[in-house]
Design a protein around this ligand. Structure first.
Ligand SMILES: CC(C)(COP(=O)(O)OP(=O)(O)OC[C@H]1O[C@@H](n2cnc3c(N)ncnc32)[C@H](O)[C@@H]1OP(=O)(O)O)[C@@H](O)C(=O)NCCC(=O)NCCS
Length: 193
C-alpha cells in the first residue's frame, strides 16, 4: 500500500476539525494572523468558516499514520452572497453562468511540503470542475498566482481589501478559471515514496 493516498473527497465530517487545525498551523504565522477568526475547540485553536459545512474537502491522507497531509476546498456557489467575503469580488465582471466554483484553503502540512501534493490536489479539483461541467471558478491568491496561471487561471484584478472586513489575506489577486482554459499542467511527477 502507498503511504500517501491520491486526493479524494473527505466523506467523514467528524474529521473536519483535523483540517481546521492544519489550516491554523499554516496560517498562525501569517502577518495578518491577528485578524483571523481562529476558534478554540477542546483547547485547540482551529480555522473554519461558513463554507466548510457544505464544502467538498479534497485531502491527501498519510495512510500509515491515518493523518491528513494536505487539504483543498471546493464549493459550489449560486450567488456571491454565499461567500464569507462576497464584496471583494463585486468590482469584477464574472460570467453569468451559475453555479460556479469557489477554490480556497489549500494547505499542505509543513512536514509534507514539496512533494507535489498541491499539484495533485489542484488536478483533482479541476477534474471535478470538468466532470461536473461547471463553466468557471474563482478564488484569490498572492504568492501562488504564477502557479495558478500554469493551470489556466487568469487574474481578474487586485483585491480591494477595504471592501470586505471578513477578508483577512491582505494584498492579493482575484483569480478566475474558465473550463475551456483548464490544462494538463502538473501531471504529478514527483513523489515522496
Ligand atoms: C502553498 C502550499 C500549499 C504549497 O505546498 P507544496 O507542498 O509546496 O506544493 P507542491 O509541492 O505541490 O508545489 C506546488 C507548486 O507551488 C509552488 N510553490 C510552493 N510554495 C510556493 C511559494 N511560497 N511561492 C510560490 N510558489 C510556491 C511550487 O514551486 C510548485 O510549483 P511547480 O508546480 O511549478 O513545481 C504550502 O506551502 C502551504 O500549505 N502553505 C501555507 C498555506 C498557504 O499559503 N496556502 C495557499 C493560500 S491559501
Amino acid at each position: 500500500m502507498n503511504i500517501f493516498s491520491e486526493p479524494f473527497i473527505l466523506e467523514d465530517k467528524n474529521r473536519l476539525p483535523e483540517i481546521y487545525k492544519l489550516r491554523y498551523n499554516a496560517y498562525k504565522n501569517h502577518p495578518l494572523a491577528e485578524n483571523f477568526d481562529f476558534k478554540l475547540s477542546d483547547g485547540i485553536k482551529s480555522c473554519s468558516d461558513i463554507l466548510d459545512e457544505n464544502g467538498k474537502h479534497f485531502i491527501v491522507l498519510n495512510n500509515a499514520a491515518n493523518e491528513i497531509a494536505a487539504t483543498y476546498r471546493l464549493n459550489i456557489i449560486d450567488t456571491l452572497e454565499q461567500l464569507p467575503y462576497p464584496n471583494i469580488f463585486k468590482p469584477f465582471q464574472l460570467p453569468e453562468a451559475r453555479p460556479f466554483l469557489f477554490y480556497s484553503r489549500l494547505v499542505v502540512d509543513e512536514k509534507y511540503r514539496n512533494n507535489n501534493f498541491a499539484n495533485k490536489l489542484q488536478k483533482s479539483l479541476l477534474q471535478y470542475h470538468i466532470d461536473n461541467k461547471i463553466l468557471f471558478g474563482i478564488g484569490t491568491a498572492l504568492h501562488l498566482v504564477d502557479w495558478l496561471k500554469k493551470w489556466g487561471f487568469e487574474i481578474l484584478g487586485e483585491v480591494d481589501t477595504t471592501l470586505d472586513r471578513n477578508y483577512h489575506f491582505g494584498s492579493s489577486f482575484a483569480m478566475i478559471i474558465n473550463i475551456e482554459n483548464i490544462n494538463n499542467y502538473g501531471n504529478p511527477s514527483k513523489s515522496i515514496e
